[in-house]
Design a protein around this ligand. Structure first.
Ligand SMILES: NC(=O)C1=CN([C@@H]2O[C@H](COP(=O)(O)OP(=O)(O)OC[C@H]3O[C@@H](n4cnc5c(N)ncnc54)[C@H](O)[C@@H]3O)[C@@H](O)[C@H]2O)C=CC1
Ligand SMILES: O=C(O)[C@H]1O[C@H](OP(=O)(O)OP(=O)(O)OC[C@H]2O[C@@H](n3ccc(=O)[nH]c3=O)[C@H](O)[C@@H]2O)[C@H](O)[C@@H](O)[C@@H]1O
Length: 457
């Protein structure tokens, strides 16, 4: 089949490459000429494992091309995927869907045949129905232009696998055109469906809500366990042991419940706010009032690290040198959108600390978003003369780092592990004072030679 993918960011570039991998002829469209140039050379404008290989393979095979031209897109394909960004609006919490509307406005005069336009972005409920009507009105192909909604559930860092082996494919259909649109999408995804992925069809509104609900649930699960971490800190208990014990209950499970510094990235934080705004506009704001608390718990984890850092620096951060490991919002990506690590770094900087940030992959993007911070390419160098080391993004490199070798370089051997990933015993044996969010001890407590707490706060 001939498909276009409009908006070639994290979702769109991945989707385009994976559709080519399924055997389709794909034209990616983006308004950013530099991005289009890079993609045509087989290079993603961000890091995503295995994506460059797919881009190279299919730009070379001729199955995949990228353009800035909507005229080419309109005449190219029979199915047009919309994968535009839906950021938080400048004012308030609502979701900005203007990129989607602009794409539809630019595409519609060029449609030369009956077409199916398929939204994949995360949108407030009601957006798809409005767009369906708008599209039929303005499309040059008239009412033969249909719209379906097909939300995406991929995670950055495992995006290719998540796209080719999805847990489910959810499709929202406009009632008038449901049968023909469903058949078309089944054909698009046929190789994936053959491998057994569930294909769930519903109406437009439900499909939009499935996506918002999924992200709200994932965020809630993370904040739930981080709220337990707050309790553990107050009660001298261990949230990691608690998590393990909870996870044995298969109704709870372990997935997506790792405590630590909380969630960031381009999606969960903005999506819970967009979801709350959508509920409020429907007059059911109180149904999602709990998401305010989910957000508050999440933000408190960042403040907790800043508080702990100040404690470990003797109550005053002014002029203290703090090494920060991690800038990306999670490991195996260079995405720094709403990065918890950079939020902590920024806050410490504002309080007078001299922060030095290391990240294996995200430094270029971190430099652009936080030009006032100091960055260091070398993991060991980043700790030189540090009064404190903060472990904020759980890259495998940091787990493997040797605390014994870092010891002579730092000014004071204090480490705060906000991701619960370093080997506490090894760091302590090497002479470090090791704190971990959600795990005793905290400043004012100490570990005796037997590994037990010797003093309470
Ligand atoms: N990033 C992710 O892992 C996932 C994102 N989503 C959702 O997918 C949507 C896209 O997210 P991202 O890919 O992260 O956004 P992004 O910001 O990385 O990409 C958006 C792309 O659209 C392009 N663009 C903007 N206006 C355009 C126009 N009028 N015509 C053509 N291209 C245009 C931009 O240049 C950019 O390349 C959002 O709704 C997001 O919530 C859903 C699942 C996963
Ligand atoms: O809508 C989206 O864009 C996507 O948002 C998330 O994917 P992603 O943002 O790539 O990353 P996650 O792996 O969910 O991690 C999000 C944040 O939560 C944190 N996290 C994740 C899992 C966990 O157990 N604990 C935890 O603190 C991560 O460090 C990260 O900062 C969802 O997992 C995807 O299903 C969804 O498609």
């Amino acid at each position: 089949m001939r498909l276009t993918v409009i908006g070639c960011g994290h979702l769109g570039a991945t989707h385009a490459a994976c559709m080519a991998e399924l055997g389709h002829d794909v034209l990616g469209v983006d308004t950013d000429p530099e991005r289009v140039h890079l993609l045509n050379r087989g290079k993603a404008p961000f890091f995503e494992a295995e994506l460059d290989e797919l881009l190279v393979r299919h730009t070379c095979s001729g199955k995949l091309r990228f353009t800035t031209s909507y005229a080419q897109a309109g005449s190219f394909g029979e199915v047009h995927f919309l994968t535009l960004g839906t950021p938080r609006a400048d004012r308030g919490n609502a979701t900005d869907v203007s990129h989607l509307l602009s794409a539809v406005r630019q595409l519609s005069p060029h449609l030369r045949q009956p077409s199916l336009v398929v939204g994949r972005s995360t949108v407030p409920v009601g957006t798809a129905a409005r767009m369906a009507g708008y599209l039929k009105r303005i499309s040059s192909a008239g009412p033969e232009t249909h719209l379906a909604w097909n939300p995406e559930f991929l995670r950055e860092s495992t995006a290719i696998h998540d796209t080719l082996y999805p847990d489910r494919i959810v499709v929202g259909l406009d009632s008038e055109d449901a049968a023909v649109d469903e058949a078309m999408l089944r054909q698009v995804y046929r190789p994936i469906l053959r491998k057994g992925a569930p294909f769930l069809t519903t109406d437009l509104a439900t499909s939009e809500l499935v996506k918002c609900a999924a992200n709200a649930f994932l965020a809630t699960k993370i904040s739930f366990i981080n709220a337990m971490a707050e309790l553990c800190e107050a009660a001298n208990a261990d949230v990691y042991q608690l998590t393990e014990a909870l996870a044995h209950d298969e109704r709870i499970g372990a997935g997506g419940m790792w405590p630590g510094l909380g969630f960031g990235g381009g999606c969960l934080p903005k999506d819970i706010h967009g979801f709350m705004a959508a509920a409020a506009s429907l007059g059911t704001g109180q149904s999602l009032a709990f998401l305010r608390e989910v957000d508050a718990v999440n933000t408190r984890r960042r403040s907790r690290v800043v508080w702990l850092a100040r404690q470990r620096c003797g109550g005053n951060l002014d002029g203290k040198r703090i090494a920060i490991w991690g800038a990306a919002f999670k490991p195996m990506t260079d995405d720094v959108r709403d990065s918890p690590a950079l939020a902590v770094a920024h806050s410490l900087f504002r309080k007078g600390a001299r922060v030095v940030v290391h990240d294996p992959m995200a430094l270029d993007k971190a430099r652009k978003s936080h030009p006032h911070l100091t960055f260091c390419e070398d993991l060991t160098e980043s700790t030189v003369e540090a009064d404190l080391l903060l472990h904020l993004t759980d890259w495998p490199q940091y787990r493997r780092a040797a605390p014994e070798q870092l010891m002579p370089r730092v000014a004071r051997p204090y480490v705060i592990d906000a991701r619960g990933a370093l080997d506490a015993g090894r760091w302590r044996r090497a002479g470090w004072t090791y704190d971990c969010l959600g795990r005793p001890p905290f400043p004012g407590q100490a570990v005796g030679p037997d590994g037990h707490l010797t003093r309470n706060r």
